[in-house]
Design a binder for this molecule. Structure first.
Ligand code: UDP
Length: 339
């Protein structure tokens, strides 16, 4: 941060969530004042409770779909915005599309409309690599856009809207399309999804890990502190109007993850899901060269960090072959055409 006495203020939406709370910690450590809004639907106060006595930190429970005076006032003096707030997961988005467009798209429009755009030094949007659908790999930022389900569509539309604010109203803006983030504080509640939460609870309960297909599929997993660091750099850079892919650039198979979790002998197989990529793999050349960013935490270290904190997932829902099959019925019904 520049060496003036006055600290800059950053607003982090969804700052009580998984990536949001790590990003909050990072900005505080860099000398910023941090304001967090979160409706606590996916976020958890537990993730920010260590900050309750930090005088540079402010929290407001608020929902971007229901703007009120308190929330509008909270936006005063904000110079940077990191926008994570939104809802995730594939299956519920197929079930309740309107909820996804309201939260992820209209919520973003509401936020942009209430900000003093000319005071914003940078607005960084947390976009999703799901915009690419089943992509050619390694995937670059100019890959064709093909969202396959409402969650993916809603995240992409909100990115387009931010870009529109950049073009029309001169909003200083960058976007980061996150591949598979993992790490401590990843969500323990709600719908079936995100392989780490599923496996960790299965480990806690000594139940077999539910492996999709043959487990050879690969994901571009990136540890959450590396994700947070990319958002920090995307905020303080002079570059403007950029879109970057963010991953480790080194996809790992689910079988390798199971090996690191020491559960190779305790797995059960569940059917491959239509519309799921075999491999996700971010081409990270652009973000690496533009922001001088690179991943610092190896997959092995990241998985180890998680295992050391496995108790965090104790209250997560326990998934098995049977309840996964029921939960993913809609997925198979509507995604069959992509198989
Ligand atoms: N996966 C799995 N078992 C599960 C849930 C997920 O083997 O119970 C696999 C899934 O097939 C995918 C990977 O884990 O290859 C990551 O899934 P996640 O839902 O976390 O991310 P996404 O598929 O959206 O990238």
């Amino acid at each position: 941060m520049k060496s003036s006495n006055k600290k800059s203020t950053v607003l982090i939406t969804g700052g009580a969530g998984f990536i949001g709370s790590h990003t909050t910690d990072l900005f505080l450590s860099k000398g910023f004042k941090v304001k967090v809004i979160d409706n606590l639907s996916g976020g958890n106060l537990h993730n920010i409770k260590h900050l309750s006595n930090n005088r540079n930190f402010k929290f407001l429970k608020a929902d971007l779909t229901k703007f009120d005076k308190k929330l509008s006032n909270f936006l005063s003096n904000v110079e940077y915005v990191i926008h994570f707030a939104g809802i995730g997961d594939i299956v519920p988005s197929i079930k309740y599309p309107e909820k996804y467009f309201e939260n992820n798209v209209q919520g973003t429009v509401n936020l942009l409309s209430k900000l003093k755009i000319d005071k914003i030094k940078k607005f960084v949007y947390a976009a999703s690599s799901s915009c690419y659908g089943i992509a050619k790999t390694p995937t670059t930022e100019n890959h064709i856009i093909k969202p396959l389900y409402p969650y993916a569509s809603s995240k992409y539309l909100a990115e387009e809207i931010c870009l529109h604010w950049h073009k029309v109203y001169n909003l200083n803006f960058n976007s980061i399309r996150i591949f598979n983030a993992y790490g401590t504080r990843s969500r323990t509640s709600g719908a079936y999804g995100a392989v780490f939460g599923v496996f960790l609870k299965q480990i806690i309960e000594n139940k077999p890990l539910t492996v999709v297909g043959n487990g050879k599929q690969k994901r571009d997993f990136l540890y959450v502190t590396d994700v947070a660091n990319a958002f920090y750099k995307a905020a303080v850079t002079n570059l403007n109007g950029k879109i970057w892919n963010l991953g480790s650039g080194k996809p790992k198979s689910i079988n390798y993850l199971i090996k690191l979790l020491n559960k190779e002998k305790d797995v059960t197989y569940i059917p491959e899901r239509p519309g799921e990529p075999r491999v996700t793999h971010a081409n990270i050349n652009k973000i690496a060269s533009d922001l001088k960013w690179s991943p610092k935490v190896s997959f092995e270290t990241g998985v180890n960090n998680i295992l050391e904190n496995i108790d965090y997932w104790r209250n997560a829902p326990l998934w098995n072959k049977k309840n996964i099959s029921k939960e993913t019925e809609l997925w198979f019904k509507f995604m069959k055409k992509y198989s």
